[in-house]
Design a protein around this ligand. Sequence first.
Ligand code: PMT
Length: 420
Amino acid sequence: MTALSADAAAALRGRFVLLGVSGGIAAYKAAALARALVTAGATVQTVLTPGATAFVGAATFAGLTGRPAHSDVLADAHEIRHVAIARAADVAVFAPATANLLAKFATGLADDLVSSAFTCLTCPVVLAPAMHTEMWQHPATQANVALLAARGARIVGPDDGPLAGGDTGLGRLADDAAILAAVAAALAPAGGDRAGALRGRRVVVTAGGTREPIDPVRYIGNRSSGKMGYALAVAAAQRGAVVDLVAAPTALPDPAGVTTHHVETALQMRDAVVALAHDADVVVKAAAVADVRPADYSPHKLRKDGGGLSAVALAPNPDILGELGASRNGAAAGRPLLVGFAAETEREEQHGRDKLQRKGLDLVVVNRVDSRDAGFDVDTNRALLLDRDGRRTDVPLTSKAALAGVVWDHVEALLTGPAD
Ligand code: PMT
């Protein structure tokens, strides 16, 4: 039986959950999820795609939930079932969400009961993708997931592990506990529960890599795409936070529901972050800030041949996070709550702890930046979370959207204090 925190159980009790199941091998796990939701006190209405019924029968869900599970949009057409179910839902969770289902949701295609119900939803949506690694990593799937996340869907997983056919890799359905936690968090219960602690809080997130101009042509920069910071900003907005995103140059569109402040250099980022931090409850610095900048900007293009390019003098940039930590007199647990990222290539725990203490942080998210599937400019990441109270949390390879959820779960716990 899936262990459920008291807060998550309280959030689910008495709520109407729409469970959408699509046609992948992980569909059999949706039965256990239905069971866990019912055990938590939720009313569960299952809808299945035709593909899902090839893997697991409607009778299984009917037996587990005590309600008929539907798969035909035209059966009992007079009930206008897709509309009625969507209107009743307090939250909708789609697990597993196949590449096909995500593509339909992203484009608004409504050609069966599940996709028709989706287009009628006004409640929070949780998507738990599951598919083979190649399908997950396809640019079309990644674009669809990014679009759905930007529109407000919470993405849980996928996880790294055994897949159908003896393969192993990223694409495994997230475990029940993670999906249940996301559904509970999406319901954002009133009353000061840990889930929902970001609601109404002011949050500053930084993203992207700063650029330090040398001359009109060249700059000192780094490989940050902004994806990690943007995923954090979107996820915080979904939890009801008031989000300011301070973005160094990226190719990403401004996310909906977030105020984006565009900057270029570390000095500009410092000005923006320090000004916003005054009123902030939380500052998360996922940006890759250049540690140095050219001491002097040349208004003319520097020549390679003795014209100064090889002799560019460097000046240190301010440590923005370090300054914020120092302004709290180095006191962890002060305001704003400070979260740093640490980009490491070796001895990550040691370097992460060092940054946590040296910069006076509450939480540091350590990610390795020397593998092809994590760190810079990819859609996935793996991380080690180290907090001021000595807790450590390993997050295996997952999507940046899902890692963002784990980071905010941890921040919510730090904001509300230790669990009972
Ligand atoms: O943008 P993506 O392509 O998605 O890649 C994501 C990422 C790898 C950039 C991100 O996950 C990440 O690790 N960001 C932090 C990168 C970094 O600058 O790490 P650092 O170890 O050098 O710095 C530690 C912390 O201090 C960071 O929070 C950084 O924002 C902050 N810092 C660093 C230097 C500086 N002058 N001022 C700062 O505030």
